[in-house]
Ligand binder design. Structure first.
Ligand code: 5AD
Ligand code: SF4
Length: 454
């Protein structure tokens, strides 16, 4: 007989004096944060309360990211720090999940060197959490689940969201692109799209719940729909979402330049609710490196795409991801990246030094470029972008932004993001947080703008 693990864990917890508290800490991208909200949702179904304070928690889940080595080192540092906590509270459960959890080498390392961890589970086992917790509670042995299950989407699991007014909605999972540097296809599996009905139903529910900004999430949103029975693609999904009634706006993360069609930009241009900002990961401006990265576009095709996007949306704000120091990159290659950065004038770039990920194609390349050069080029890129932002943000002076406030900055500022995804600061009261207000820009910096409520 199949055990109802949620109920079984509830029964165990109900014998305790007070309901246990869980703390789920997510690293990395928005998709992972969204997965973390669903891990919390399952823990609540099992009778747990939620806390952000690890020292108060009876169950801690580190929902990890494997995209770069730095992220992994941070996780191992944090796992190490939990040892003392576990010594004080031997009954607590510590679990390591997410993208690192999917890699078998993680479980091996944790089993050997971090004996205070109870469970290691991969992204595919996220829905198995009730069983894993049940096994850990009843067997008190080291529980590992890194099995590959490639079919299901994370459907029908309630999310515990940290913010009422903003939400990430996954539209697809996994990635089929196999960019040669990237571990994601290995730890998140093949592309699976959610049904449009489920997505639209979820958005309607969020909007009627007061949500003002929906971020559509996927590793490669514009391959949405491939493999679904119904013939639908990302532009069509955007159209349907744009037609949902209500006072909210829509963003998405991230499209792949190779799949960004004219229709995709036309739909954004014609829409009422989709923000005029797109993230278009360039990675490199050198055709030689783009080929080695398996990105499947050239610098020229990328520039044509940007030109078209700006033609149909003159004020469009564009951001990007750039990797500096791909194996055997030369300064000539890097200069071509700089050329594109200067030509596009991004509003924001997220730049990373290449990090070797075992198991990927690029990891097999013998790299002759020195770490010192990579660091030097990386700093050069940051300096160039700082100047561009400084200049480019001036175009916003006097503009009116729709800002969704979500936090504070220093003592005196309330901060939020505009539709263009620009950090906007105003002097005001914390009651602004969670509201969408019009702001006139009065001052610009190279990372944010300041303004007044209109
Ligand atoms: N090294 C450095 N950066 C990477 N990214 C993905 N894999 C690596 C890697 N091995 C960056 C890419 C991607 C972003 C999410 O992370 O720029 O767009
Ligand atoms: Fe990684 Fe490329 Fe897939 Fe993005 S599109 S997740 S960079 S393989």
């Amino acid at each position: 007989m199949e055990i109802n693990y949620i109920q079984a864990v509830r029964d165990i917890f109900s014998k305790r004096e007070a309901p246990p508290l869980c703390c789920v800490h997510s690293y990395g991208c928005q998709q992972n944060v969204s997965d973390g909200e669903k891990l919390k949702g399952q823990l609540c179904l099992m009778g747990c309360g939620v806390t952000d304070d690890m020292t108060a928690a009876d169950i801690i889940i580190l929902n990890t990211c494997a995209v770069r080595e730095n992220a992994e080192l941070k996780v191992y540092g944090n796992i190490g720090e939990l040892k003392r906590l576990k010594e004080q509270k031997p009954d607590m459960l510590i679990a390591v999940g997410g993208c690192m959890g999917q890699e078998p080498k993680t479980a091996e390392k944790i089993k050997k060197s971090y004996r205070h961890v109870d469970i290691v589970f991969g992204t595919f086992a996220a829905k198995e959490l009730p069983r894993l917790i049940y096994e850990a509670l009843t067997q008190r042995t080291f529980i590992v689940d890194t099995a590959e299950r490639n079919t299901e989407c994370f459907e029908d699991i309630p999310a515990v969201r940290s913010e009422k007014y903003k939400a990430g909605v996954s539209i697809m999972y996994g990635c089929n692109n196999f960019c040669s540097y990237c571990i994601v296809p290995y730890v998140r599996g093949r592309e699976r799209s959610r049904s449009p009905e489920k997505i639209i139903e979820e958005i309607k529910r969020l909007v009627s719940d007061g949500c003002k900004e929906i971020m559509l999430l996927g590793q490669n949103v514009n391959s949405y729909g491939r493999g679904l029975e119904e013939k639908i693609d990302f532009p069509e999904l955007l159209r349907r979402i744009d037609n949902i009634d209500g006072d909210f706006r829509v963003r998405f993360m991230s499209p792949h330049p190779k799949d960004a069609t004219k229709e995709f930009f036309d739909v954004i241009a014609e829409s009422k609710k989709i923000c005029r900002s797109v993230h278009l990961p360039l990675q490199s401006g050198s055709d030689r490196i783009l080929k080695a990265m398996n990105r499947r576009y050239t610098a020229e095709q990328y520039m044509d795409m940007v030109e078209y996007a700006r033609k149909v949306m003159p004020g469009l704000s564009i951001s990007t991801d750039i990797i500096v120091g791909f194996p055997n990159e030369t300064y000539e290659d890097f200069k071509q990246t700089l050329d594109i950065v200067k030509a596009v004038k991004y509003d924001n770039i997220f730049s990373f030094i290449y990090s070797k990920r075992t198991g990927t194609k690029a990891a097999e390349i013998i790299d002759h470029t020195s770490e010192e050069d990579k660091g030097k080029w990386f700093r050069e890129l940051l300096a160039v972008q700082r100047e561009i932002s400084e200049e480019h943000y001036k175009r916003f002076l006097g503009a009116e932004f729709d800002v969704l406030f979500d936090g504070t900055y220093k003592e005196e500022f309330i901060s939020g993001k505009s539709g263009e995804f620009i950090i906007t600061l105003v002097k005001g009261s914390p009651e602004l947080i969670g509201t969408m207000r019009k702001v006139r820009v009065t001052k610009t910096h190279n990372w944010a703008v300041e303004g007044e409520l209109v």
